[in-house]
Ligand binder design. Sequence first.
Ligand SMILES: NC(=O)c1ccc[n+]([C@@H]2O[C@H](COP(=O)([O-])OP(=O)(O)OC[C@H]3O[C@@H](n4cnc5c(N)ncnc54)[C@H](O)[C@@H]3O)[C@@H](O)[C@H]2O)c1
Length: 392
Amino acid sequence: MMDRKSLRILLIGIGGYGINYLKELTEKDLGPVVIEGVCEVLPEVYNQFPVLKERGIPVFKTPEEFYEKHRADLAVISTPIHLHYSQIKTCLMNGSNVLCEKPVCTAAKGAKELMKLEQEKERFVAVGYQLNYSRDVLQLKQDILAGVFGKPVQMKALHAMKRGSAYYKRNSWAGRIFVNDCGVHDSPFNNACAHQFQVMTFLLGSKMDESARLSTVTGELYRANPQIENYDTASVRGETSDGIPIYYYTTHNLERKILGPVSEYQFELGTIYYGKDFGGGQVNEYVAVMNNGTSNSYGQISKGERMQKLYDAIESTRDKNHPVCTIQCAVPHLEAVEQLSRLPIVPVSEGMIEWLGSEDDRYCCIKNAEEVLKKCYLNQLMPGESGAGWSK
Ligand SMILES: NC(=O)c1ccc[n+]([C@@H]2O[C@H](COP(=O)([O-])OP(=O)(O)OC[C@H]3O[C@@H](n4cnc5c(N)ncnc54)[C@H](O)[C@@H]3O)[C@@H](O)[C@H]2O)c1
């Protein structure tokens, strides 16, 4: 174990989701840790984040500039996804462990190169899919691996979030397919609603720190919002290399703020539900209902910190081991993103679209999105098979 001297952290990208890491480190007690530096390209960073000045935290434009005179035990990357690959590489080359936001990079090929490099450099790269760090999910995975539920039969999930013009305008890559020739494939499936798909591959992995490989991925992709480049609604049908079917449904074109997450993981001996209504309202916990009538809720298990991934990355840096969400855990989702990018994107017919919201944040809704996605989820269908009527 490392001694208790302060562990040095480099934060790369603090203006978007990365603010959560800055807040956690400056507003909570994480033991002997120090923010050695921040990399940000925003103008007037010190004015925007007064805590940096208060704590005397230096700001750099690039990781290369930081490493000229500094070292970090852990680098935390929350930048646009097309920057992850090169920034992870720079951090590993300079001796840092890395916690990188999902997706780990933009292509499975690059992810595999990074796996090689982390081994060579004897450092870890952990990926920020937070469900993988949640203690109830980890207990559920342990139970799956211990055979409590028998063999998996079928996995499915639905998670949709309304996203409007404010979301797409917040940066230059939201909803884009390519940025500077780099395939970012930004979509609800790759970004905001990535977690519920990735966690299904994680839960089916044959070790705690592995995800199940996918042998096939197909689906139906739709673009309702004509102002974005990529798809904003997706229905995905995959199969693991062990032949377990996985279904996933997501959209940004909802009238209501959020739908789900709901999931149903069917095993030989029982089914694990999340977000199911057993009669008294939606239960936002994993509940296993066994075929013999008994049930067990994972809601009793404390999930851990909201940013548990940061706590785990710090602990693994000290203990010289690897947080549970490895690059491999991220690869099947990344491969699914790549597979889907080869499918056609079907424009949703204008008659099915309704624009809601205000001037500042306009939402493009598919009139029957909720009804169709629920029907598809219940019956493992694609929208085209369910009579959605979305295509022209
Ligand atoms: N785990 C989650 O729930 C979750 C939620 C939201 C976003 N994310 C992930 O976080 C990452 C960032 O997403 P976002 O929505 O915050 O993106 P964003 O583009 O809105 O913000 C990224 C930040 O990085 C900064 N930045 C850009 N180029 C930089 C550079 N060269 N060096 C240093 N900083 C730079 C930007 O100024 C900005 O402050 C993505 O990987 C995204 O998928 C994860």
